[in-house]
Design a protein around this ligand. Structure first.
Ligand code: GSH
Length: 266
């Protein structure tokens, strides 16, 4: 039983994609143990792609907030204050309002701190379709590029064990057991299913996305919008890893990435 539980946790650390985004939204307004505070708080994992969406948006809007890096093996326990959700990112307002699920959190932040300007659009159908595209296609491309090959997975697992907070034993278990699990079971089956090499998959997705700009600098036009920040967040989550260099030679994708990056207050 303990082993099964450990394996399950290992599989969840370091990018678990594929959610349907249906359960999100404002969770509760109670001021629990982790409720009220001075600054808004972001419970996160350093290597979680969904968390990078929120970090990037908060940096763009220059929202002062506290980041709490949860123990990667104890997410459920450390996020108990958010009900049964059990996943990062979780955003907690200073008044105790808890919001879960990355895209609903982005919409919430934009609406509360920015009058909803980044989500407002003349073409809501296009915006919604592309947000869905970003949240399914780009989110699913993170595991293959990080874990899709033997050496790639080994490098990623080492880096995750350096970046995340673990206990003494779980860090070592993760560094050794996380690698064959992520590589063997998850990433390889995704790569096989898609049929393309992970780098090619990213390049195709970046081409498809930037082609949609219609000659503009961003998806949102002359300024980035929430769809840009969601896509940017997924791409940025690869930046702490050596595999990011595989994305750097996609010219239009990288030019867009740098343009979005230039709007952040970091
Ligand atoms: N749909 C969610 C997915 C969040 C998610 O899967 N987070 C992962 C880390 S990348 C997690 O916390 N997993 C822990 C678990 O499932 O127990 C979102 O967009 O926020």
């Amino acid at each position: 039983m303990v082993f099964v539980g450990t394996v399950k946790r290992l599989m969840m650390v370091g990018t678990v994609a594929g959610d349907t985004f249906r359960n999100g939204g404002v969770r509760d307004r109670s001021m629990g143990q982790n409720g009220a505070g001075v600054l808004p708080r972001l419970h996160m994992l350093h290597t979680c792609p969904f968390c990078w969406k929120i970090r990037s948006l908060a940096e763009h809007l220059d929202i002062e907030h506290e980041r709490i890096q949860v123990n990667a093996m104890k997410t459920k326990k450390e996020l108990k204050f958010a009900g049964d959700w059990g996943k990062v990112p979780v955003w907690t307002e200073a008044d105790g309002e808890v919001v879960v699920d990355s895209t609903p959190i982005m919409k919430h932040i934009d609406s509360k701190y920015n009058e909803g300007k980044l989500w407002s659009s003349d073409d809501e159908q296009r915006r919604d379709e592309w947000m869905e595209w970003v949240d399914t296609k780009l989110s699913k491309a993170t595991i293959p590029i990080l874990y899709g090959g033997f050496f790639s997975a080994l490098k990623t697992t080492r880096r995750v064990s350096q970046l995340e907070t673990f206990g003494f034993f779980s860090k070592r278990i993760y560094a050794w057991a996380g690698f064959p699990i992520m590589w063997g079971f998850i990433a390889r089956s995704r790569v096989k299913k898609d049929g393309r090499k992970p780098k090619q998959l990213w390049h195709d997705l970046l081409t498809e996305f930037t082609n949609e700009f219609g000659g503009n600098a961003f998806f949102g036009g002359s300024e980035p919008d929430l769809v840009d920040f969601a896509a940017f967040g997924y791409m940025r989550s690869i930046s702490p890893f050596p595999q990011f260099s595989q994305l750097e030679d996609h010219a239009s994708g990288m030019a867009w990435y740098r343009r979005v990056e230039a709007t952040l207050n970091v």
